[in-house]
Design a protein around this ligand. Structure first.
Ligand code: ATP
Ligand code: MP5
Length: 274
């Protein structure tokens, strides 16, 4: 069985962060592990408080996993502070994981800052250069490139600029722009649009976490970059389509294990002519 490690924050409400990541890994048949960077007291409405985990324990968690278990892919989410980002960068440099999917989480759906502003430079200088792929949404990309992104051309320019920070590839998510949620993949040479259809629901808590974890799981399972992203887009679309009316705010997406795995099984059987 392939494995994936998420390095991210805990969401007590279960819709985003570590909890979403582990659900997505399981749904893809990947064994999930976690390094918790921060604990958030959060529900579908708001983030009430955040406690950063001590950096020594973050380092210990990373070492405990890597010293014992093969890690096929790493997904990084909420890093919270500059010192946490520094610690994660230093620890990962020792193990040099082959696949690193970075979701540069900055602000929650409810508007709570999940990354302190002095951590941005650490993200840019130390974490992004380790990444196989980074998956910013539009506001996150605007912070990383210090510019406005409104059009398809702006998205292409921003991808180029973020890729030059050292990531192998960039998936710029278009969900925050008007119109269809079309994402743009840039691998340093080729641009590929990963088109979507907007689902009209307020229940999109944890969509970014889920998409990046699905990409990590697909890469761990041996998919190429483009296959991993295309399959993850199908997965998140399904998860939003079946999102849950839980809580009073932005409800979580549904990790539709049965439907997703059955769909894959049906496809396999069809290919085999059974
Ligand atoms: N209403 C929607 N319908 C269909 N797809 C959507 C919708 N909203 C977002 N998406 C898609 O979901 C994926 C996650 O993108 P999104 O922009 O929501 O990430 P995010 O803002 O980082 O998420 P979060 O911060 O909630 O974790 C992208 O592929 C995006 O295009
Ligand atoms: C621990 C944690 N990580 C990431 C997010 C982003 O998700 P969203 O933008 O849907 O609130 C979050 N809210 N909490």
């Amino acid at each position: 069985m392939k494995t994936a490690l998420t390095i991210a924050g805990s969401d007590s409400g279960g819709g985003a962060g570590i909890q979403a990541d582990l659900k997505a890994f399981s749904a893809h048949g990947v064994y999930g592990m976690s390094v918790i960077t921060a604990v958030t007291a959060q529900n579908t409405v708001e983030v009430r408080s955040v406690q950063d985990i001590e950096t020594s324990i973050i380092k210990d968690q990373i070492e405990a996993v890597f010293d014992d278990i093969r890690v096929d892919a790493v997904k990084i989410g909420m890093l919270s502070s500059a010192k946490t980002a520094e610690t994660v960068a230093a620890s990962l440099q020792i193990y040099e994981p082959a696949i690193v999917v970075l979701d540069p989480v900055m602000v929650s759906k409810g508007g709570h800052h999940l990354l302190q502003s002095d951590a941005i430079s650490v993200l840019k200088e130390k974490i992004i250069p380790m990444a196989t792929i980074i998956t910013p949404n539009i506001p996150e990309a605007e912070v990383l490139v210090r510019g406005n992104i409104q059009s398809a051309e702006d998205m292409m320019e921003a991808c180029r600029s973020m890729q030059s920070l050292g990531a192998k590839a960039v998936l710029l998510k278009g969900g925050h722009l008007n119109g269809e949620p079309n994402d743009l993949l840039f691998d340093g040479e080729i641009f590929t649009w990963i088109n979507g259809t907007r689902i009209h629901t307020k229940n999109t808590h944890g969509t970014g976490c889920t998409l990046s974890s699905a990409i990590a799981a697909n890469l761990a399972n041996g998919a190429s970059l483009i296959e991993a992203v295309q399959e993850a887009k199908k997965y998140i679309t399904l998860a939003i389509t079946h999102s849950l009316e839980i809580g009073n705010g932005h409800g979580p997406t549904h990790h539709f294990y049965e439907l997703y795995n059955n769909a894959k099984l049906v496809k396999k059987l069809l290919v085999k002519g059974i």
